[in-house]
Design a binder for this molecule. Sequence first.
Ligand SMILES: C[C@@](CO)(OP(=O)(O)O)[C@H](O)COP(=O)(O)OP(=O)(O)OC[C@H]1O[C@@H](n2ccc(N)nc2=O)[C@H](O)[C@@H]1O
Ligand SMILES: Nc1ncnc2c1ncn2[C@@H]1O[C@H](COP(=O)(O)OP(=O)(O)O)[C@@H](O)[C@H]1O
Length: 341
Amino acid sequence: MSTATLERIHSAHDEHPEHLEHLTEHSGQPTQGDHREIPMRSGTPLPFTIRVDCPAKTNLTLAVGEPHAEWGGRHALDTIYCAVGVYDTVTATAKAPGSGFSLDLEGAHLGDLASSTSDMRRNHAVLALFAMAEAAGRDPDVALTITKRIPVGAGLGGGSADAAATILAINRLWNLDWPIDRLRAIAATLGADMPFCLTGGLAHGTGFGEQIEDITAESAAARELESQGFCGDVLVGAYQSQLSTPEVYHAFDIMGAADGDRNHLQAAAISLHPRSGRAISAALAAGARHAFISGSGPSVVAFVPDDASAQRVIDAWVREDAADRIIRAKAPVMPIIGVTQ
Ligand SMILES: C[C@@](CO)(OP(=O)(O)O)[C@H](O)COP(=O)(O)OP(=O)(O)OC[C@H]1O[C@@H](n2ccc(N)nc2=O)[C@H](O)[C@@H]1O
Ligand SMILES: Nc1ncnc2c1ncn2[C@@H]1O[C@H](COP(=O)(O)OP(=O)(O)O)[C@@H](O)[C@H]1O
């Protein structure tokens, strides 16, 4: 029997880590005209690195409609995205012209990315770098690093977060200053979740998930979600095992959604990974206001109203061996962009 490990992913907003000393943006909206003076030594620009801390996502509601041939068989969605403060960190540094790209991956939980058959050129961050290079008419001479903390293949959008972080980093590294709509159009060519991940926070997603309408913090919709308990402290129950998103959609096509599920993929994900269902029941019994499968799973997200309930949920998950990793975080949050010398 495994023992769950508990991690607290600190909110970079609260922490003021050293790398944010040179913070130029503190929101998901890349601002136009926000140029930085690049320090020079003897007339030569010093190499600098763009660092983006990009959060995981979950879906507070996920209504799944019909598949559409023009979207490559993807289903129509109506979803409320919420960014959860478990951050991957992507850095981008310019390399010598003509030298190509490089990718370094680190982290204790790399899932199938650690496998020797994992092709670096298929990594979502690298695909995003190539999409930006093509759109900008430039060579992808960039060194990327990814520090993974978001569980892989978990319904938490980790690959999308890394791709979105790369797009934000390249937009700054190359001084493109493209507006968010242009970045979202590029992101939508790569995946359904990526346009949301560029800005985080809360948003309404339609189309195949790529049409994004921000839900701003001051809006009535955000206040309503907060009053329902979809705000503040979150526990993520994560697993060693991964679920494939296409397989979960396929299971949904066969079995449909269970009555009352806000996430239409929940029953399909639990049918493939029953331990997640036990984590949901345990969390609700222990005082979580909401507990549900994140996206296509298998991760479970539980919103807890206070520290005491958080501890009860953690105790229940450990006692019942309902998760392999338990991560404490905040939601909703936004990506953070920093420039370091
Ligand atoms: C289920 C969701 C909920 O946000 O997220 P995850 O749980 O994967 O993170 C998304 O719909 C996943 O988004 P993402 O993983 O970006 O999907 P894509 O790369 O565009 O598509 C991967 C595959 O998922 C299925 N897919 C995806 C989106 C959609 N609207 N309908 C689908 O049927 C298709 O089989 C597609 O080939
Ligand atoms: N940078 C990346 N981070 C995570 N997964 C990636 C990445 N690049 C490619 N992948 C692949 O994408 C698949 C889905 O992973 P992920 O995005 O974490 O999950 P999900 O789609 O369930 O949210 C995995 O099989 C993984 O190997």
